[in-house]
Write a protein that binds this ligand. Structure first.
Ligand SMILES: [Zn+2]
Length: 430
């Protein structure tokens, strides 16, 4: 009697969206065995909630371990992407099973793994699975949106003040965390401090390290009022609020005013603002408001129209945040890394073509191919890290804000007559 192992896998996020669920995969494997073999014993390893881009999967490791001891004859899986989506891992797996004289069977794809040509075919498919894995990041975002709608928290690290239990957020058991969150919101709601003071105070009172950016991020997080926002999806009553709406609004309002009070005059949009009514460039000037606060204005000498800098900042906040992100990417080698990856992908494709035309031997092909693959993986990880980081425009130094604006913005048009101060931004095209 021969011993056969099956392997089925689903990742939590993807399973909800598409793909084959565990039971379906099991059924396919069982049917395959019934149809092809007479005397056999089938054991299926069930992997839940794991991604195929990592080898760090308990059931896969279990399978690899048992396969040696049990002298299994075959490992059967539904399709290649259940086993792995990573070409380097695939290469390793095929070698491993080969060494242990175990036949790999994919029910949905008919690969002949006993011949070199058949194997190179698998590797080529592995390439496509890898590309597929990149495309899944879009699907993953969709799945994450779905999770948010279902009031699940799709990120691994829960925000300060909350614990993640059974995929959902609950006020943290660590009361210190909640105290920090409340302290920060209350402090700003009462309009007492500036960022630096709060950073120091949090360190002193709670022995907790935060920087300006972390404080801004926390203050902007609507989650603390119980409402979750994720890429345009807004879900109310998502979790138990730690902060009431009024405190949240006041804190956000004040945290912006505080910045204004401590600043010196700075014309962020110097020489960029144009009066759309008469098409002439507006000059900068300042005026004094209540409590002797100084405000920057842009003034049209022809029509006499005035537009305040704060108004432009407020109306274009979203776009300016976008520029801050772009600036960060421009200055972190993001674009160069993307280009390098594209180039290596291109070389990989050329290599595949060469191999198809029998221009190089299989061994050399694998080695070169894997070299590219490893480099691409390393670069992709760096890109991921860059993508995860964000600069918050409104918490940046004024000089940096100005630098960013002048790097990307060509013109800012302010429409006055009957347009309610509509503002359009023209960017420098590169
Ligand atoms: Zn004008």
């Amino acid at each position: 009697m021969q011993k056969i192992f099956g392997y089925v896998r689903e990742s939590t996020m993807q399973q909800a969206m598409h793909g084959y669920n565990i039971e379906e995969q099991k059924r396919v494997i069982e049917d395959y065995c019934r149809y092809h073999f007479k005397d056999y014993e089938l054991e299926i390893f069930v992997e839940r909630g794991k991604s195929a881009t990592s080898m760090n999967r308990p059931e896969l490791q279990n399978l690899l371990d048992k396969v040696k001891k049990a002298k299994a004859s075959k490992v059967i899986f539904h399709s290649l992407d259940r086993l792995t989506r990573d070409i380097a891992d695939l290469y390793w797996l095929i070698n491993y099973f080969d060494k242990n004289q175990i036949e790999l069977v994919s029910v949905m794809e008919s690969f002949d793994l006993t011949s070199a040509i058949g194997r190179s075919h698998v590797y080529n498919s592995g390439v496509y699975a890898q590309l597929e894995s990149e495309r899944t990041s879009e699907r993953t975002i969709r799945a994450m949106k779905q999770a948010v709608i279902e009031k699940k928290y799709p990120f691994s690290h829960s925000p300060l003040g909350y614990d993640k239990i059974d995929k959902m957020l609950y006020p943290s058991k660590d009361e210190n965390q909640i105290k920090i969150v409340k302290y920060i919101f209350n402090t700003f709601a009462e309009n007492r401090h500036n960022y630096r003071e709060v950073v120091n105070e949090v360190k002193k009172r709670f022995d907790y390290k935060m920087d300006d950016q972390a404080i801004v991020k926390l203050l902007r997080r609507r989650l603390y009022t119980g409402t979750m926002e994720y890429r345009g999806v807004v879900v109310e009553n998502y979790c138990e609020p730690l902060i009431d709406q009024k405190t949240f609004d006041d804190a956000n309002e004040n945290s912006k005013i505080i910045k204004k009070r401590y600043r010196r005059t700075m014309y962020l949009f110097q020489n960029l603002v144009v009066c759309a009514d008469c098409d002439s460039r507006m000059s900068h000037t300042c005026g004094t408001g209540r409590h002797k606060k100084v405000y920057e204005y842009y003034r049209c000498k022809v029509c006499g129209h005035r537009a305040s800098q704060d108004m432009i900042l407020e109306k274009k906040a979203f776009q300016l945040q976008g520029l801050a992100n772009e600036y960060y990417r421009d200055n972190s080698g993001y674009k160069e890394k993307r280009k390098q990856i594209a180039l290596m992908r291109k070389n990989q494709k050329k290599l595949v073509e060469k191999q198809k035309g029998q221009g190089i031997d299989v061994e050399t092909f694998y080695e070169l191919f894997l070299n590219y693959e490893n480099e691409i993986n390393a670069l992709s990880k760096e890109l991921d890290n860059i993508e995860r980081k964000e600069l918050y425009f409104d918490s940046l130094e004024k000089t940096l804000q100005k630098e960013i604006i002048h790097k990307y913005v060509k013109l800012i048009r302010v429409h006055f007559k009957n347009q309610g101060y509509k503002i359009t931004v023209e960017l420098i095209r590169k």
